[in-house]
Design a protein around this ligand. Structure first.
Ligand code: PLP
Length: 386
């Protein structure tokens, strides 16, 4: 071993001893219900491609046609020469879809969250975050330099205690559908708390958009909330929409501010125009094909019923994210490996992604799953448990 970085190996050993070591599985097939891993086909129960659009033929052919027209690379950031007609139209369609003045594309959701929070807040301001928010929201809050307060999960009373003491601009930040738990943020109460305290509310609905609501409008559609209630809405395109990238939707003033000041917007290459064109088609499917959302509900209900009968510990979730709480990290990994041997890919989620002692199997469903596959997963879980 060379001397450089040799001090890191001790740290890696510690991670291993705590059963927190992470490794990649190499996938040889397209995304979908069946994945090829190490020459085997396994049934996929851990993707965020909830609607089954990542490999949808119409989305794929839109991508190919756009690559023929635009090529692959976007050439530069949006503000130099990378902002194509494809990006521009998609932004207008996303604004329409979310019922907002404007939308702005970001290259990833992680960057959107860092960029928005840092553009809106600085020293002297305050940011309030749900304890279980996605890492990118927490990082965005820390990065902004504002006073950083975490409130107890979905606990608006606790949030109010912190809000009362704050000065400067105030931003409340929450996941919509919580990414590792599957439950819904109490958005009505949060928007009231924001209004009462002269604060802004930002919702990251990465797991709700496309999936929840009659038209796939996510948690805001579910609760009937508008731009006044939730001034900042962030969504990702790599989950329910099945493509890649992210967007922020809101007022003209918000979007112009982001164009001027969000550093993760300004200083990064625009996502490929072909991705934008593919997303335009997936957006059409998201809106039109309600059967995908109905199917997800049915699958989740069937799973919850069966898992309950097996005595598995589920969470309060009405989304396609249905975690099984294991607790111990090593046990979570062992169960995930046993499931893989039985032909099911379900990932073990461990700290620091989730709080200590709450390691879990994060089971997710796709509109392309069949009900008998849910039953097969339940059978496998039953065998492993006993
Ligand atoms: C996945 C995710 C992100 C990050 O989005 P990317 O486009 O993958 O960078 C942000 N917020 C939440 C809640 C997410 O689940």
């Amino acid at each position: 071993m060379t001397a450089a970085f040799s001090q890191l190996t001790g740290n890696l050993d510690t991670i291993k001893q705590r059963a927190l070591y992470r490794s990649r599985r190499v996938i040889a097939s397209p995304q979908g219900i069946n994945l090829q891993i190490d020459g085997r086909t396994v049934v996929n129960f851990c993707s965020n491609d909830y609607l089954g659009l990542a490999n949808h033929p119409d989305v794929v052919s839109a991508f190919k046609a756009a690559a023929d027209h635009y090529g692959v690379g976007s050439g530069s950031a949006h503000l130099i020469c990378g902002h194509s007609a494809a990006h521009h139209v998609l932004e207008e369609e996303l604004a329409d879809f979310t019922g907002r003045d404007r939308a702005l594309l970001f290259s990833t959701g992680y960057m959107a969250n860092i960029g928005v929070i840092s553009a809106l807040l600085g020293r002297g301001d305050a940011v309030f975050e749900d304890r279980l928010n996605h890492a990118s929201l927490l990082d965005g809050g820390l990065f902004s330099g504002a006073r950083f307060k975490r409130y107890a999960h979905a606990d608006v009373e606790n949030l109010n205690v912190h809000l009362n003491k704050a000065t400067g601009n105030k931003l409340i930040v929450t996941d919509g559908v919580f990414s590792m738990d599957g439950d819904f943020a109490p958005l009505k109460a949060l928007s009231l708390a924001a209004k009462d305290n002269d604060a802004w509310l930002m919702v990251d609905d990465a797991h709700g958009l496309g999936v929840i609501g009659e038209r796939g409008g996510g948690l805001l559609e579910h609760y009937g909330l508008n731009l006044e209630d939730v001034p900042v809405l962030m969504g990702t395109l790599g989950k329910g929409f099945g493509t890649f990238g992210a967007f922020v939707a809101g007022s003209d003033a918000l979007i112009e501010t982001l164009i001027q000041q969000a550093r993760t917007y300004i200083y990064t290459t625009a996502l490929p125009a072909a991705v934008a064109e593919a997303t335009r088609i997936s957006l059409k499917i998201v809106i039109a094909e309600n059967w995908r959302r109905d199917k997800l509900k049915k699958l989740a209900e069937r799973f919850r019923l069966g898992a309950g009968q097996l005595g598995l510990e589920l969470m309060v979730s009405a989304s396609p994210i249905q975690p099984i709480i294991i607790g111990d990290s090593q046990r979570a990994v062992d169960t995930s490996n046993a499931l893989l041997n039985a032909g099911f890919l379900v990932s073990a989620i461990r700290p620091p992604t989730v709080p200590k002692g709450s390691s879990r199997l994060r089971v997710t469903f796709s509109a392309l799953h069949e009900e008998h596959q849910i039953d097969q997963l339940l059978d496998a879980l039953n065998l492993i448990k006993t």
